[in-house]
Design a protein around this ligand. Structure first.
Ligand code: SF4
Length: 358
């Protein structure tokens, strides 16, 4: 089954203008429809700022790209995860909304599946299906904002997929989140396992988005086992590119580190990681987010104890590297860049964990 094109959030401003003018509507309707699509935080079907007939026409002309397959809310109500299914080809992606008293963030997918094959990652284990287009990425953010009492101010590209392997669509979505939704570039975080050419492109972009680099190991030998892309872009090249982005954007880079018991969680490895990042010349220094591994069916590794993760963080801090242990509540959906589980539908009401520190 194929959906009519374009999807609801797939048009840029000029294309939307052209469409609405082709209906013989006055220009001010463009602004009204833009307002209804992006700023009202209600589904278009409920946007009462539009006359009924125009609302119906717009809704029909611009169908949603995704159906909701499942929706799961954490027991404390702070985290909601959606498994979406593409109307066009049934490809599945996940989106996570994380709320606190002060803000709401959404974690978006940039691809259905992922070709990077990181060994510990459920998305990588399932393989690559296809790139998402910019409209599909924007739709995830807009629909999450409909489910949030607070305005969604932050978006992190840490769901399914490697964002910099889908550069053009991801960057178009960044510009649209900034332009159409009014989100600050510094509140948009692109996460990568180290696609160096993409990072260097990012350094040249006008909008100073935040970069997160998934490191996961302090040396090339181990990192190549966990992140096959490391064979192509080893740690030194990734850190050089990260320094370039940090310098160009004037933003601190964060380094994500999935902690796996007996694999990368020793204090010696913490010391090696600290030495590596102390020598790094990026603007604002490095900050490490430690993420206890979530179990996945295709990888036998498991998370270290909380005490061990805390000790690892403490060793980093003693060496002058900022470190945060990512908070989890309930079980199961964490984490940076893809422990999301599109192949494993989520039962309604399943408790979930947060992916971000507050
Ligand atoms: S960790 Fe990220 S880059 Fe690696 S396979 Fe998973 S989604 Fe892809």
């Amino acid at each position: 089954m194929s959906a009519p094109s374009p999807s609801r959030y797939g048009l840029g401003t000029a294309e939307l203008e052209t469409l609405i003018e082709s209906w013989g509507e006055p220009r001010y309707r463009v602004e009204q429809i833009t307002d209804a699509l992006y700023r009202r935080r209600v589904p278009l079907e409920d946007a009462t700022n539009l006359p009924k007939v125009l609302r119906a026409r717009t809704t029909e002309a611009l169908p949603l790209a995704f159906d909701v397959a499942t929706e799961a809310t954490s027991t404390d109500g702070e985290t909601i995860r959606w498994l979406y299914e593409s109307v066009r080809d049934r490809a599945q992606v996940e989106t996570v909304l994380m709320r606190s008293e002060t803000r709401a963030s959404v974690c978006v997918s940039s691809q259905a599946g992922c070709a990077m094959a990181c060994t510990f990652c459920a998305t990588g284990q399932a393989g690559f299906e296809r790139h998402l287009d910019a409209g599909e990425i924007v739709e995830q953010v807009v629909r999450a904002s409909h489910g949030s009492p607070q305005p969604v101010t932050h978006a992190v590209y840490m769901g399914m997929g490697e964002p910099l392997a889908n550069y053009d669509e991801v960057w178009t979505s960044v510009e649209r989140l900034h332009g159409d939704l009014g989100m600050s570039a510094r509140h948009l975080t692109i996460s990568t396992v180290g696609v160096v050419p993409g990072m260097l492109r990012l350094a040249k972009e006008r909008l100073p988005v935040t970069l997160a680099v998934s490191l996961h190991a302090p040396d090339d030998e181990l990192r190549s086992q966990l992140v096959p892309l490391n064979a192509r872009y080893p740690i030194a090249a990734v850190l050089d590119a990260a320094a370039e982005v940090a310098g160009a954007h004037g933003r601190r880079v964060s380094f994500e580190y999935a902690c796996i018991a007996g694999v990368n969680d020793t204090l010696q490895q913490a010391g090696a990681l600290a030495r590596l990042l102390r020598a790094w010349q990026g603007v604002g220094g490095a900050h490490v987010n430690l993420i206890p591994l979530n179990p996945t069916s295709g990888f036998s590794g498991r998370a270290p104890t909380r005490a061990r993760v805390r000790a690892f963080a403490e060793r980093l801090r003693e060496a002058g590297i900022g470190a945060t242990v990512r908070r989890t509540r309930g079980v199961d959906i964490d984490a940076a860049c893809g422990q999301l589980r599109s192949r494993h539908p989520i039962a309604e009401g399943t408790p979930v964990s947060t992916t971000m520190e507050p």
